[in-house]
Design a binder for this molecule. Structure first.
Ligand code: G6P
Length: 487
C-alpha cells in the first residue's frame, strides 16, 4: 500500500518524496498525556488502541522513547522498559489531575474545541497547572531526546510543549498532531490564553490536524492573533518555519480484519444475536460516554421510531455500549444521568419480559467482544455532534468482511471525509436522523453490499501505520533538509 497516494490531500506537494519506511532513520521520541501501557496483574502491558499498535513497533526498532503519564498520581514511577521501548513517566500529582487534566484539558479545552457543546471553565489556577505540567513534559523530553531526534507530541493536553521544547533544544525536529478538531476562530478566540496556545503550537516544525478544516482554522487563528505570514501550508516564524497539514488518523485495518474473520468471533456473533432474541435488525452504538457523541439524540430517534410504529420492538433491538470516561467531570456525570434516564424510560415503555428493547452497557469491553458486536450489528449508529475522526466508524467498516451491515455516520465526524459509502446524516436534524435509521434498516441487499465493499475499499486505503509513516516521513525529510543546509 502506498499511503501517500491513497489518503486525502494534505496540501503538502512534496509528501510523496518524504514518505519513510516503517523503520525511520532517526531516533524517535513520542510524548502523549498517557503512556502506551497499563498496569495489570501480569505487569505493564501495551494499552489497546491503534495509536499504540502503530507506534510501539516503530519505537522498538529504533530504540525509541515514550514520555507520558502513567495514569497513577499516587506513586512516582522510575523510567522502565516494555518490549525494548524506553518509557519515561511524567509525574502528575492528584491536585494537578484535578486542575490540568480534569480541569483545563477536559472542562476547558475539550468542550471549546468541540463546537462549545458545553460551557467551558476558564480558570487561571487550572491554566497555571496546565503550564506547569506542559513544562515538565518539555524538560523530560529535552533530557530524553538523543541529539537530532525527531520528537512527536500528541493532542490537546500538551499544546504548549512544542515552544517550550524548542527553547530547550534547538537540534531536535518537533512535530505535533491534534487528535481532536481545531475550532473556528469565532470559538477559539473565547479562550483567555488563545495567544499562548497558538504560540505553543508554532514551536513545531510540523503541525498536523485530522481534517483540512482544522488546518485552515489554525492558520486563521495564527494570522489573527500573531499576524504571521502564511503561504499555503507554511507559516513563517522569526527563527523557523511551521508546516501545517491534514493527516487523518486511521486504525490497524489488518488486525481488525483478522479478528473479524476468526472462528471465535463468528461463534460469539451468533451467540450475541441469539441472546438478543434473534431480532431482525440490531442497531448498535459504541462510544466513550461523552456528550460530543450524540448518544442521547440517537436514543431519542430510536424511541420516536418505536412510537410512530416505523420500528417494531419485536423486530428491532438496540445495543449501546458506553465506555466510562472522565467520571470526575460534572458534564460527564450529567450526560450519564441523562442517558441512563432515557434508557430506563424507553425500556420501561417498549420492552417485554426477558427482552429489553435497549441493551445498555456502561462498561469497557475487550477488543474481541467489540469486533463480535460490530459483526452482529446490522445498523451501526455513529452520530457525534463533533468528532476529530471517530475510529469506531473505521473499525466497523473494517470488521464488516461480509454480512449486510450499514453504517450511519454523522457529517460532523472526521471519518465522514473518507467513509462516503456510509449513510451520512446531520445529527442535529431529528427527522433526518430518523430517516437515516429507516433508510439503513430497509436498504436493499444489493445496495448494502455495494456500500459495504465501498467502505472496505475506503478503509483499506489508509491504515494507522500509513498515517504514522506519512507524518514521520515529512518530519524526517525536514530534519534531513535542515542538516543538509547546515553542512
Ligand atoms: C480522545 C483524546 C485522547 C484521549 C482519549 C481518552 O481520543 O483525543 O487524547 O486519550 O480521548 O480520553 P482520556 O481522558 O481517558 O485519556
Amino acid at each position: 500500500m502506498n499511503p501517500d497516494t491513497d489518503t486525502p490531500d494534505t496540501g503538502n506537494p512534496d509528501d510523496a518524496a518524504a514518505v519513510t519506511s516503517h523503520t525511520p532513520s532517526r531516533p524517535i521520541v513520542i510524548a502523549a498525556n498517557r503512556l502506551p501501557v497499563m498496569r495489570t496483574d501480569e505487569g505493564w502491558v501495551p494499552s489497546p488502541g491503534g495509536l499504540v499498535r502503530a507506534l510501539l513497533p516503530m519505537l522498538r526498532t529504533t530504540g525509541g522513547t515514550w514520555v507520558g503519564w502513567s495514569g497513577d498520581s499516587s506513586a512516582a514511577i522510575d523510567p522502565f522498559h516494555v518490549d525494548g521501548v524506553d518509557l519515561r513517566p511524567v509525574p502528575i500529582s492528584a491536585e494537578e489531575v484535578e486542575l490540568y487534566y480534569e480541569g483545563f484539558s477536559n472542562d476547558g479545552l475539550w468542550p471549546l474545541y468541540h463546537d462549545a457543546l458545553r460551557e467551558s471553565t476558564y480558570d487561571s489556577s487550572q491554566w497555571d497547572a496546565y503550564v506547569a505540567v506542559n513544562e515538565r513534559f518539555a524538560v523530560e523530553l529535552a533530557s530524553a531526546a538523543p541529539p537530532n531526534a525527531v520528537v512527536w507530541i500528541h493532542d490537546y493536553q500538551l499544546q504548549l510543549v512544542p515552544k517550550m521544547l524548542r527553547e530547550l533544544r534547538t537540534d531536535v525536529t518537533i512535530g505535533f498532531f491534534l487528535h481532536i478538531p481545531f475550532p473556528p476562530y469565532e470559538l477559539f478566540s473565547r479562550l483567555p490564553w488563545r495567544t499562548e496556545i497558538v504560540e505553543g503550537l508554532l514551536g513545531c516544525d510540523l503541525l498536523g490536524f485530522q481534517r483540512p478544516m482544522g488546518t485552515s482554522n489554525f492558520i486563521t487563528a495564527a494570522q489573527q492573533l500573531l499576524n504571521v505570514d502564511a503561504h499555503h501550508d507554511v507559516i513563517e516564524n522569526p527563527d523557523h518555519r511551521t508546516r501545517v497539514g491534514a493527516f487523518p488518523i486511521s486504525i490497524d485495518v489488518a488486525d481488525v480484519e483478522e479478528m473479524a474473520a476468526g472462528r471465535a468471533t463468528r461463534q460469539r456473533m451468533s451467540q450475541i444475536r441469539a441472546r438478543l432474541g434473534d431480532p431482525e435488525v440490531i442497531l448498535l452504538g459504541v462510544d466513550r460516554l461523552d456528550y460530543t457523541k450524540g448518544i442521547g439524540l440517537r436514543l431519542k430517534a430510536f424511541a420516536a421510531l418505536l412510537e410512530s410504529g416505523q420500528l417494531d420492538p419485536e423486530r428491532h433491538v438496540m445495543v449501546q455500549v458506553a465506555t466510562p470516561t472522565r467520571e470526575a467531570v460534572e458534564h460527564y456525570q450529567d450526560e450519564r444521568h441523562q442517558i441512563e434516564r432515557l434508557v430506563g424510560e424507553i425500556n420501561g415503555r417498549y420492552s417485554r419480559i426477558g427482552l429489553p428493547v435497549i441493551h445498555y452497557l456502561y462498561q469497557s469491553l475487550p477488543f474481541d467482544e467489540l469486533i463480535a458486536l460490530y459483526r452482529a450489528g446490522d445498523v451501526m449508529l455513529v452520530t457525534p455532534f463533533r468528532d476529530g475522526m471517530n475510529l469506531v466508524a473505521k473499525e466497523y467498516a473494517a470488521a464488516h468482511i461480509d454480512g449486510d451491515g450499514v453504517l450511519v455516520l454523522s457529517e460532523f465526524a472526521g471519518a465522514a471525509d473518507e467513509l462516503t459509502d456510509a449513510v451520512l446524516v446531520n445529527p442535529h436534524d431529528d427527522e433526518a436522523l430518523q430517516q437515516a435509521i429507516i433508510t439503513a434498516g430497509e436498504m436493499h441487499r444489493r445496495e448494502r453490499r455495494e456500500r459495504r465493499e465501498g467502505l472496505r475499499n475506503q478503509i483499506r486505503k489508509s491504515d494507522v501505520q500509513g498515517w504514522a509513516d506519512r507524518f514521520l516521513g515529512v518530519m524526517i525529510a525536514s530534519a534531513d533538509a535542515r542538516d543538509a543546509a547546515n553542512d
